[in-house]
Design a binder for this molecule. Sequence first.
Ligand code: SF4
Length: 427
Amino acid sequence: NGKTFRKSAHISNNCENYRNSCELELCRLIYICLEKITGISPEWGLLTGIRPVKRVSALMDKGMTESEISQFLYEKYNVSRKKSMLAFKTAVVQRPIIKNIRKNYVSLYISVPFCPTRCSYCSFVSHSMTSASKLIPDYIRLLCRELEILGDIVKNLDLKIDTVYFGGGTPTSLNPAQLEILMKKTYECFNLSEIREYNIEAGRPDTITQQKLDTIKKFGATRISINPQTFNDDVLKIIGRHHNSKQTVNAFRLARKCGFENINMDIIAGLPSDTNESFHKTIDKAVCLDPDSITVHTLTVKRSASLYQDGINTDNVSVSEMTDYAYNTLLKNNYYPYYLYRQKNTVENLENIGYARKNKESLYNIYIMDEIQTILGAGCAASTKLVSPDGKIKRVHNYKFPYEYIKNFDELMKKKSEIMDFYKQFF
Ligand code: SF4
């Protein structure tokens, strides 16, 4: 539009980390000019990285107060006071949990990459049950074998299991017999007597039945996720989830009746065709059901999502107003932010926040975000993240797609020796 802005800064070449300081200052100058030209001020300023809470926590370790941290983040990265306060509040909830981490314990992630249909915004490897039905028996057989191998490694290294997470995908997409095989195998291969949390993603309410809930309970799962994403049925149709909001309510009530005392609900702000008013109703309805935690994601559309081709149009809505509404309503109802992460390509450059009632925070979510505990991954697209006592991290990746996992299984299992090597080197 022909506007010109000039901005300059001086950096002393005696300063510590001169090159980095120059780079950051240059980014800041460009950011300020763009802010003036476009009139847009992203709330996270020019702070990048998916774990802002980790940064805030490091500043707290240095003895900085909330207002000092806020000032620092504003001066250095143009982060708004609102977002630095959010990160601070989240860190306050997380820190005692992190402090309580048990040495010699690891978590276990088991990937079941199947769902009834594929949501239009999905960027996971998840396959629809119809397209993957032929692969499932082989996948389960090999996943059981991988669990045996990991179980032996855990025994050999004298490790203990802290938390278990069945994700994917939607593990409850499996039929009751298949679900039972996997949960039974997990029970047989690992000593779960000291676990503090056992999660199952049961995100799609149309996959939840009494029989599956009984199986989940029988094998000791303590936390499940039943995810409305929205309580607006028109939006549910548009995003390709073949269920309605009534099914979510029924599944939630059934789970409560079966005795689940830790249920999470995921909600997404910024879904196609959703409005601010309808999003408010979704939050209000979720609160009304009284789950133990509510995770509010902001829509992120990556290349692998079908929605990527169509593009997202959020011209008539304010997604930051939605997330503000969620924040204020949830705090008023005693849900506190306990984990937070950011991703690329998120609408309005916002974030994802897990809110929970006191003592209902998911330990696994904190561990994975803060990278403070080894997580052993089983199944396709799962990665094992090994964490040494001084914070060194090594990742061992499994193949991404089920057919690759099945085809290359033997070769893949050879890589498991890297886990032993890592523990021998660092412990
Ligand atoms: S439920 Fe989750 S994993 Fe499954 S298709 Fe939808 S976004 Fe992907």
